[in-house]
Design a binder for this molecule. Structure first.
Ligand code: ASP
Length: 439
């Protein structure tokens, strides 16, 4: 089979007719870009609305029998204007009228939200002169709402085998009864990944409004270096990264077969963006550190008990208290007679007294202490492995910046170093670590 590229374009890349023109240029500049996955139109400026948000609002109003005319007209105007400016005559008013009626008559929440991608797909297909293939015929969900990847691959291969060029709307599929089901927000990224896997594409391009990932948050570090290549695993470790560029679940469908993802900027197509590659391929790197990411507002629960390490099942009991309170554990550094559990403060705050009490009952500790205002920083890099002195560089940089380290943890795979510091030191710490590896 010829080489295929699957290209997904995000909401900002398709926010108006001007953006559609950029997308067409990109798509037609490489014949291998055969399957195109659009999101619904995003914001044109800071004050604007995302079409998906407006559709959720329409559903909410309709479910309370409130008139949707005003909100739906915002949706209508956006699509009508795009078609008019691109000179497309595809009876968009009729399509919109039908959808409006369906929403008024009680269409489901998922169905209503999915129409953003559906209509955008029809418009983009017409504009590119590609076939429109409805995602409901390819992407199959189980009755419990989870994707059936095997069946989806089969259906997609079957449906696309004689289709050379197609537009497939992102964000949704259907269950076995044909009812529309959506992914979580930002889920068009997952659609792209699934289609890339189904058609064995050589590359999955994810076109957005940034030129990939930066080594550190540009709101903290001025002009940070951009990341050329990151492995799937590193990206997982960097999931603390501020604004999500890529839906986390996009990695899973293609991980097994190692299809690379290229994050590209629709507004700066000349820039190479970031390549996300399989862990096996990502061996060569000139950089020790790939990225630095972090998050504030964690709480450390420190539990002391003499001879804790001798006691079988201690961690299990502790973990079960957190589990039954629906709290996820972020990190768990231990010492001989004490263990610290690091959890996000927002999960713990309202339940703190109850959790402490239950730990007292189940674990019989000598002492429990809770300390909030902790920030975690992940210093991630496949280049760290077997390189001596990396943590020394991190810690020296923090010491020189006068920052006290409250917690350290390094995984055995030497892919990351996690550091706990005070919330107030967060920005300074990121800057100091960044400088230590870039000056
Ligand atoms: N339009 C959907 C959302 O806003 C899906 C996506 O854009 O990927 O979440």
């Amino acid at each position: 089979m010829d080489e295929i590229i699957v290209a997904k374009f995000g909401g900002n890349s398709l926010a108006d007719s001007n953006q559609f023109q950029k997308v067409k240029k990109i798509v037609t500049s490489d014949k291998r870009r055969r399957y195109i996955i659009p999101s619904a139109p995003g914001k044109r400026n800071k004050e604007d609305h995302k079409i998906t948000d407006l559709l959720y609002m329409c559903h909410q109003l309709a479910s309370h029998n409130i008139n949707i005319d005003e909100v739906f007209s915002l949706v209508e105007n956006r699509y009508i204007e795009i078609c008019r400016k691109l000179g497309l005559d595809l009876g968009i008013e009729e399509i919109l009228n039908e959808i409006k009626l369906e929403i008024q008559e009680g269409a489901s929440r998922d169905y209503t939200a999915s129409r953003g991608e559906y209509i955008n797909g029809i418009i983009l297909a017409k504009y590119l002169d590609f076939e429109f293939v409805d995602a409901k015929d390819l992407i199959l969900f189980n009755q419990d709402g989870r994707l059936d990847l095997e069946e989806t691959k089969r259906k997609a291969r079957e449906r696309l085998k004689d289709v050379e060029y197609a537009v497939i709307p992102g964000f949704y599929g259907a269950d076995k009864d044909g009812q529309i089901v959506t992914f979580s927000r930002g889920g068009s990224d997952i659609t792209g990944s699934i289609i890339a896997r189904a058609v064995n594409s050589i590359l999955y391009e994810n076109w957005t409004d940034v030129s990939g990932f930066y080594m550190a948050d540009p709101r903290i570090v001025e002009n940070p270096r951009s990341i050329e290549t990151v492995s799937y695993k590193e990206l997982r470790e960097l999931s603390y990264m501020g604004a999500p560029v890529l839906h986390e679940e996009s990695i899973f469908p293609i991980k097994e077969v190692g299809i690379p993802i290229n994050i590209r900027n629709t507004n700066k197509p000349e820039e190479p963006g970031t390549m996300i590659v399989s862990d096996a391929e990502a061996i060569d790197t000139n950089h020790i550190i790939t990225g630095i990411a972090g998050k504030k507002d964690f709480t450390v629960l420190t539990i002391d008990k003499t001879n804790m390490t001798e006691e079988k099942g201690f961690i299990r009991k502790l973990a079960s208290v957190l589990e039954s309170n629906d709290i996820t554990i972020e990190h768990l550094p231990t010492s001989i007679d004490s263990v610290s559990v690091i959890v996000s403060s927002s999960q713990l705050d309202s339940k703190l007294d109850k959790v402490k009490e239950e730990i007292r009952i189940y674990c019989r500790p000598d002492n429990i202490e809770a300390y909030s205002n902790i920030a975690l920083i992940a210093v991630v890099g496949r280049g760290m492995k077997n390189k001596k002195g990396t943590s020394a560089r991190v810690f020296t940089a923090l010491a020189n910046a006068g920052i006290n380290i409250r917690m350290i943890s390094q995984g055995f795979r030497e892919l990351n170093i996690i550091i706990g510091i005070e919330n107030d030191d967060f920005e300074e710490a990121i800057k100091a670590i960044y400088d230590a590896f870039n000056k």
